[in-house]
Design a protein around this ligand. Structure first.
Ligand code: AR6
Length: 183
């Protein structure tokens, strides 16, 4: 599903694997504070990128929840990876604020670097336990709020791994845009 926000900007949801998006400049990793290879998205990204990714990550670790750092993509089809740490839902006092920060800080980094396209997974909705409905609302609103200020980024893609998460994000994106009068 694709939404043309303005003439030259696209926001879309696809079902798939974040490590299989060769047309995207930077993919976002749902990382842990140590930026170490874990399970889920982080495991898949580090596996495909190869060990040099963790070597570079170590230079920037640890980072705080909501922060983001950028590295090269190594063996991934993307030149860059942004690593951001989502909130652990049951432990965070203001999880929505922290989750929104992940998206905002990642977009800011990509834009500053002059990148044109970015792909996000459903940060925090796996091991970190954020309910998918709530996460979709916070995540989509956070990226949409950033669009007017972006200079370089022209495409934002949400890559959702399973059918349910895809359906929830897809529906939420449609609702938010229908609310704004788009079709
Ligand atoms: N591509 C796209 N989405 C994926 C992929 C993939 N290859 N694999 C899983 N997902 P998670 P979190 C989905 O657990 O909740 C790691 O160990 C998954 O189904 O990867 O932020 C880190 O090191 C879910 O919908 O991230 C941290 O310790 C979503 O991506 C911790 O897990 C996020 O799931 C981060 O937990």
């Amino acid at each position: 599903m694709k939404r043309q926000i303005k003439d030259d900007f696209v926001i879309e949801c696809v079902k798939g694997d974040i490590t299989g998006q060769p047309d995207i400049d930077v993919i976002v990793n749902a990382a842990n504070k140590l930026l170490a290879p874990g399970g889920g998205v982080a495991g898949a990204i580090h596996k495909k990128a190869g060990p040099l990714l963790y070597q570079e990550c170590k230079k920037y670790a640890p980072i705080e929840t909501g922060q983001a750092v950028i590295t090269k993509g190594y063996n991934l089809p993307n030149p860059f990876v942004i690593h951001t740490v989502g909130p652990v839902y049951s432990e965070e006092k203001s999880p929505a604020e922290k989750l929104a920060m992940c998206f905002k800080n990642s977009l800011k980094l990509a834009d500053e670097k002059g990148l044109k396209s970015i792909a996000f997974p459903a940060i925090s909705t796996g091991i970190f336990g954020y309910p998918v409905e709530e996460a979709a609302e916070v995540s989509i609103k956070a990226v949409i709020g950033m669009i007017p200020g972006l200079k370089s980024v022209k495409k934002i893609r949400f890559v959702l791994f399973d059918e349910n998460t895809f359906n929830v994000f897809h529906k939420k994106l449609r609702e938010i845009y229908e609310g704004k009068g788009n079709t």
